[in-house]
Design a binder for this molecule. Structure first.
Ligand code: PRX
Length: 635
């Protein structure tokens, strides 16, 4: 396997030190020795966080699919690249070899071309977790089209916003999707979204649930028919190192999602390197990440990272509770999964169920367990360690973000220690730092502050699509000269990092990043709502859940409050998606504001978390009287 895999603590130490002392030499060596390049780079790194501008491997030319597919064909052609496990356990698993994946990606790439897609065009992918999702991502990369995958749980409005923001010429979707016992009409959602999108010329529709859908003449085409007519080889487009590979939207503190732009060479090198190290993947291992490819975890650690290493990666279409809460473990046993990577919310949900769900499943193939997306609480960590890992599998609590492209802080199995609730140590190439609220870097250990990264790493997002200013403002202005993550963290006596949560207006619900502003905007669309504020409160499965304070217009007085609650949540589901629905809605006479009119979320957060006796000084508020009223009516 790859010779960039670290073995043992001493190797971690020396590798890390080299990556900090000589970052360019460090990445130069890794990139040279482990990938195929059409042309090598002229400079390893050129950067200036004040602009901000970051360029890795400038001058190099490559195609990421040659690295993820073609180069494996000689030695691993018959090896399973993708192991597809359908929603329905009685439907056969598909083993897609590297040879087959190559053919499917090449054909698909030719379909894109014959439908007028060329290098640099944006293609929106709105698909369930079926092989076509990974194949379409790779097909875009093959011809240099920029993919923008939108998680198939987003509503039609969220979809059209994303399609329009990056002017996608094509949408790839399916006739529907399976989710447990339900089916979802994805094509219907796309049709609705496209009423608001004028740039889309073609919709490719994969057949999955065989539902009776409308096909719009001249615009909609059945994917399978197109593939049948396409040739099985498509020459890979040669890309510059810094050509965009994809756009992936993430929530921000204003209504508009941020289209994070990831480029080609640095992203490839970093995701491949970290996949190999964090999961200690060995040649015949079966690796399974339960995330959806609609999120960054799926991009980096279902598709690109594993395939660049010639790994076998599982794609699971279903849910952890269908047909019962033993499904994950049935799949682990069936495919002898060696590395299992999931989210704390899934662990907490399964931990709540009876241990009978684990009964009879052989989990002895497991070697490494991973978590990602939100802080993992101590109880869930131990449940995972004891019941799934049988105390034999290191748990990698991987901290990273859509913006970072790859894992930055995480244990490395059998090299560095694990510690419950800690993401522990930075990976080679990552230089974390903590800052206090005055912008001063905190030196030493046993302290807490805002988590920043002081030096560029290869897979960092380079900009926000169409809005470089917002990129600078969001990530490089709070602590000039460093990248600000938006997270708080503490560093313990051993230098281990523990992520304490977001310090901005983003709330993580079941591992999904939700900006408060877009949700408030959605609520405020309701004709009877005057204003609203959203905060997070602790939830034993979701980690955090959403609490909404809503002030209604006078006209609403005659309405039944529970009906209004349903309507408000429906509004959110329509404009964003079900993931953003509120758990609690409290109607208020007003919201506490500063004299300059800013809503005091700090107070609202404390009330929602039950800390009503600890609100601090509220006398400087514009309207302190509303606080009493809110406290009395808290849900
Ligand atoms: O707050 C951190 C949290 O998730 C945020 C990033 O979310 P997203 O861009 O959706 O990417 C999630 C998958 C990489 C971070 O700013 N987060 C992610 N991983 C962890 C975490 N919080 C604590 N521990 C983690 N391991």
């Amino acid at each position: 396997m790859s010779d960039y895999q670290i073995k043992g603590f001493a190797a971690y130490k020396s590798t890390y030190q080299k990556s900090v002392k000589e970052p360019e030499a460090f990445w130069d060596e890794i990139a040279s020795e482990n990938f195929v390049w059409q042309k090598k780079w002229d400079t390893v790194l050129d950067w200036d966080f004040s602009k901000p501008e970051v360029k890795w491997f400038e001058g190099a030319q490559l195609n990421i699919t040659e690295n993820c597919i073609d180069r494996h064909l000689e030695t691993r052609g018959d090896k399973t690249a993708i192991l597809f496990e359908p929603n329905d356990p009685s439907e056969a698993t598909q083993h897609i070899t590297y040879n087959e994946l190559s053919e499917r990606v090449n054909r698909f790439a030719n379909v894109l071309k014959s439908n007028g897609i060329t290098k640099g065009d944006r293609v929106c992918i709105y698909l369930p977790m079926i092989p076509e999702l990974a194949v379409s991502v790779l097909a875009c990369a093959r011809i240099g089209a920029i993919h923008s995958v939108v998680f198939a749980g987003f509503s039609s409005t969220a979809l059209s916003t994303r399609i329009n923001d990056s002017d996608c010429k094509m949408v790839i979707t399916s006739d529907g999707s399976y989710r447990g016992e339900k089916t979802i009409d994805l094509k219907g959602i796309v049709d609705e979204a496209l009423q608001e999108c004028s740039v889309v010329e073609t919709v490719l529709v994969a057949k999955r649930i065989n539902s009776d859908i409308q096909m719009k003449e001249g615009r909609d085409k059945w994917l399978q028919l197109e593939l049948g007519a396409a040739s099985a080889f498509c020459k890979p487009e040669m890309m510059d190192a810094e050509d965009p590979l994809f756009i992936l939207y993430t929530s921000g503190s204003t209504g508009m999602p941020k289209g994070m732009v990831h480029t080609t060479a640095g992203y490839m090198v970093y995701t491949a390197y970290t996949f190999s190290n964090v999961f200690q993947y060995q040649e015949n291992d079966v690796y399974w990440c339960t995330a959806d490819i609609g999120w960054i975890t799926g991009h980096s650690y279902i598709v690109y990272g594993p395939l660049a290493n010639g790994a076998t990666t599982v794609i699971f279409e279903g849910t952890p509770s269908y047909p019962d809460c033993g499904r994950f473990w049935a799949i682990v046993e069936k495919h002898k999964v060696n590395q299992f990577y999931t989210a704390p919310t899934a662990i907490r949900a399964l931990a709540k169920e009876s241990l009978d769900n684990l009964e009879g499943y052989d989990l002895s193939s497991l070697k490494v367990l991973g978590t990602v997306g939100e802080p993992i609480n101590e109880e869930a960590w131990h449940w995972y360690d004891e019941n799934i890992g049988k105390k034999k599998c290191p748990i990698v609590d991987t901290w990273w973000q859509t913006e970072t492209g790859g894992i930055l802080i995480s244990p490395i199995p059998n090299c560095t220690e694990t510690k419950p609730t800690y993401a522990t140590l930075p990976l080679p190439g990552t230089q974390p730092a903590l800052f206090d609220e005055n912008g001063v870097e905190l030196e030493g250990n046993n302290l807490e502050g805002s988590l920043c990264i002081k030096y560029p790493w290869p897979s960092m997002a380079r900009t926000i699509w169409g809005n470089h200013n917002r990129y600078r403002e969001t990530y490089f202005s709070a602590f000039p000269g460093t990248y600000f993550t938006g997270d708080g963290a503490l560093r313990d006596g051993d230098g281990f990092y523990r992520i304490t949560g977001r310090v901005d207006d983003v709330i993580i619900v079941s591992g999904h990043n939700l900006g408060t502003a877009p949700i408030e905007d959605a609520i405020n669309e309701h004709p009877l709502v005057a204003e609203s504020a959203i905060v997070g409160f602790p939830h034993d499965i979701k980690g955090s859940a959403l609490y909404g304070y809503v002030t209604l217009k006078e006209k609403a007085l005659s309405r039944n409050p529970d009906d209004l609650r349903l309507e408000i949540n429906q509004m959110i589901a329509d404009l964003i998606g079900l993931i953003a629905k509120l758990d609690k809605i409290q109607f208020t006479n007003g919201l506490p504001k500063t004299r300059s009119g800013k809503i005091m979320r700090r107070i609202l957060r404390k009330i929602a978390c039950g800390e009503v006796d600890n609100l601090g000084d509220i006398s400087t508020l514009l309207n302190p009287e509303v606080v009493e009223d809110i406290k009395e009516n808290v849900i």
